[in-house]
Structure formats: C-alpha cells, structure tokens
Design a binder for this molecule. Structure first.
Ligand code: AFP
Length: 278
C-alpha cells in the first residue's frame, strides 16, 4: 500500500503546480456524466494515471473522468477509484479544490475499501490518509509531506454544510437543516466536497449533507470516487456516514459512476439525520 501512497504524493505535487500555473479554461471534452471537462481535469487525470503505471500493486484504476476502468497490472492486488480534481469549477474563483482516492480490493463495493486518501489544494497542500486511523500531512517547501497529526471527530460539532439545490429538498430535509441552524450551528459550504469535509474533520465535527432531491433523486456524489473514500475517513475518525438510512460502506455500485445521497458527520448529527430520514 505504501507505494500507492507515494504515487499519490507525487501526483499531488504535480497537480498543485498545474493548478497554480496552467490555463483554467474548458476543453472540448465531456466526462462520463456529461460535465464539460476543464483542461485541468484532463491533465490531473493523466498525471495520476502516469504515476500509477509504475505501481505494480495496482491492478486497475477507474477515474471520475473516464467511462470505464483502465487495467494496469494483471498481478496487482488493488483497484483504485479516484476523482482527480474534485470541485474543479471553483478553480477560476480561486477556492480550494481536491483529489480523492479509494483503494479497493476485489471489487468497488464500500466494504472492499482498504484505505482512502484525499488531497486539499488550498492556501496550503494537505494530504490525509485513512487506514486504521486518519493521518494528516502537509507539504513543505522541499516538496515533502510532513506528518502533522491524527484526526479525531468529536461526538458533536458546530458546522453545517447542506448541499444540493434547496428548492429540490424534501420538506423533512428542510426541517432538519432549519432545526440544526436553530441549534446554533454555523453555515460552512464552499461547493467543494474536499475542503468542506476537511473543515468539518479538522474543526471537530458537524454535518455535511447531499440528500436526494426532486432533480437528483439519487444525489450527485459518486460512490466509488467521492462517497466511499470519505465515508471511510469519517468512520475511522470516529464519526458516521450514511445515505439517510443505511451505512454508506454497506452499499455497492452497479456502474462506476453510480451516485447516492450521503450524510457525513459526527455521531450526534448523524443520529439526528437517522431520526428524520431513517
Ligand atoms: P464540480 O466538480 O462540478 O465543481 O462539483 C463539485 C461537487 O461534486 C462536490 O465537490 C461538491 O460537494 C458538490 O459538487 C456541490 O454540489 P452543489 O453545488 O449541487 O451543492
């Protein structure tokens, strides 16, 4: 697994440079879900593919930017599902973005996830690895990722990050979000899943929700590339991650780009979601 983490670190350093200096414009291409790809989405995807090509333990990779999986090493043990540049539409307004990786064994079910990694490209570059615990690293001037701390969630937090188009929320969900704000929670939502969840993890807890809505009944966020890796991080940090009723890591996609409603948070907030959506 270490060689996979090292490949992710090398890609993160190259992607950081691309974000800082490359053209932020759109390409003429669309990804599997129909989004117009930024030139940076395509470049970040290529960088990661290149770095994984030399990692013999990687059997196959599947990217949010591609329709199907790409086989790499027949005798490899792991499958890697990744979103090379999540929240890339925020780059032109200079907000933080991220890369997300899920390292699976056997198939891409939530229960097959062995580790997950995400990188935040913000004022600083930070990398979080979740295995048995959740470890945070920060990039220094010499381009080395230096260990900072373990991440633990409190039982209850103070932040609320409610995603999706509000006019599509169910009445129950709207009531839940209102009640949480009434209890004094603060709104923190940038539109980038990686920095929004990183903030909740580092500030001790809270709730991030991307529910089922009238326009996207199965949510927007993809199981393999976004939802499962973060569900793993939240559970290992002492929190919970559900689709409203079920534990997210008990789900399995039928197709690489399948999405699911999702709620990530500390235990009190998730119990509250269960009492309404469950
Ligand atoms: P983009 O990659 O198109 O910017 O979408 C980002 C994202 O997938 C995820 O990072 C956010 O949490 C979510 O979309 C925000 O979606 P809404 O704007 O619908 O709340």
């Amino acid at each position: 697994m270490t060689e996979i983490f090292e490949a992710i670190k090398r890609s993160a350093i190259r992607i950081k440079e691309a974000i800082e200096y490359d053209d932020t414009g759109y390409s003429d291409h669309h990804n599997a879900t129909g989004d117009t790809q930024l030139k940076l989405d395509i470049k970040s995807d290529l960088i990661i593919e290149e770095e994984f090509q030399s990692v013999l333990s990687v059997k196959e990779i599947v990217s949010e930017e591609k329709e199907e999986a790409t086989p790499l090493h027949v005798n490899g043990k792991y499958l890697v599902g990744y979103d090379p540049l999540d929240g890339s539409s925020l780059i032109d307004v200079n907000l933080s973005v991220g890369s997300i990786f899920g390292i699976y064994e056997g198939d891409y079910a939530g229960s097959s996830l062995k580790a997950s990694v995400y990188v935040v490209y913000g004022p600083r570059v930070e990398l979080v690895i979740a295995t048995d615990k959740v470890y945070m690293y920060r990039l220094n001037k010499q381009n080395e990722f230096i260990f900072q701390k373990e991440i633990h969630l409190g039982e209850k937090g103070k932040l609320n990050a409610p995603g999706a188009t509000q006019k599509g929320w169910s009445k129950e969900h709207k009531a839940l979000v209102d009640a949480i704000f009434q209890d004094g929670y603060r709104l923190r939502y940038s539109g980038g899943m990686v920095p929004d969840l990183h903030q909740i993890l580092l500030k001790g807890g809270g709730l991030f929700s991307y529910p089922s809505t009238s326009d996207v009944p199965k949510g927007k966020l993809r199981m393999i590339f976004e939802v499962f890796p973060f569900a793993f991080v939240f559970e290992k940090a002492g929190g919970m991650a559900i689709d409203g009723k079920n534990r997210l890591l008990d789900l399995a996609p039928m197709h690489p780009h399948d999405t699911t409603p999702c709620f990530f948070g500390s235990n009190e907030e998730i119990k509250r979601v269960l009492s309404i959506h469950g």
